[in-house]
Design a protein around this ligand. Sequence first.
Ligand code: FPP
Length: 233
Amino acid sequence: MNKINHLGIIVDGNGRWAKERGLSRSEGHRAGAETLKNIILYLNKENLVNYLSLYVFSTENFDRPKDEVNYLMELFLKWFKTVEKEYKKENIKVYFSGRKEYLKKEIVEAMNILEEKTKNNTGLVVNFCLSYGGRAEIVDATKKIAKMVVDNRIDIDDIDEKLFSQNLYHELPDVDFLIRTSGENRISNFMLWQISYAEFYFPKTCFPDFTIDELKKSFLEYEKRDRRFGKVK
Ligand code: FPP
C-alpha cells in the first residue's frame, strides 16, 4: 500500500454502538477509546500514515447532556495523562487543535504537557481535534492574520493560501483520505480548510467496531480512487 500522508477520521457511532447492546453511552465512548488506541499504535508501527487527525470532540458537542460531556472530559484527561510514556517510547508526536479556552484548566495543562513532551518525536503525528470546529479554526486564523496586518508585520498582499495554512492551529498538509464511521455522510465542520481535495469514505460500522481489518479495508478503497486534483491525467 502507498503511504497516506494525512488521514482524517471523524469518530462517530459510539452512542449507537452502546444502545444496540443495551449499554450506556459512556460505555460506548470507553469502547471507542480502546479502538482509537489500537488504530494509533497500528498506524505508527506499520508506518502507514504520516499525519492522523481525529475528530473527537466538536465545539457543538459541549451542548450534549452534562453527564456525557463530563464523562468524556474525564476520559480525555486520563488518557492524556497516561499515554505520555508510551508515546515517547513509540516516537508518536501529539498535536491538539481547537479552542482550548473552552476547556477546563487541568485538561489544558495535560494537553500542553503532552504536546511539549512529544514535540521532538519523529514518528506518526496524531492531531486530536478537541473543542474543535472547522469554521472556528478559519476565524481564529483570520484574526491572527488581521492582527499581523494591523501591527504592520505583513502587507495585505502577503496574504495567500500558504500564509493562511501557517496560521491555522497547526500547519498541516491537506487531508488525503477522510473516514467517517457509523454510516453518516456528513462533514460536520471538520477541517474545512484542509479537506479541499480529500477522498471521503463512509463505512457503516460504528466506531468501537472499526477494527484494524476494517481500517485495512478502507485503505484498499482509497487505493482505487483516481485523484486528479482538478486536472486531466
Ligand atoms: C461521536 O460518536 C463521538 C464522540 C463525540 C466522542 C469520541 C470520543 C472517543 C472515541 C473517546 C476517546 C478519545 C480519546 C482521545 C480518549 P457519538 O457518541 O456521538 O455516537 P452517536 O452518534 O452514535 O451517538
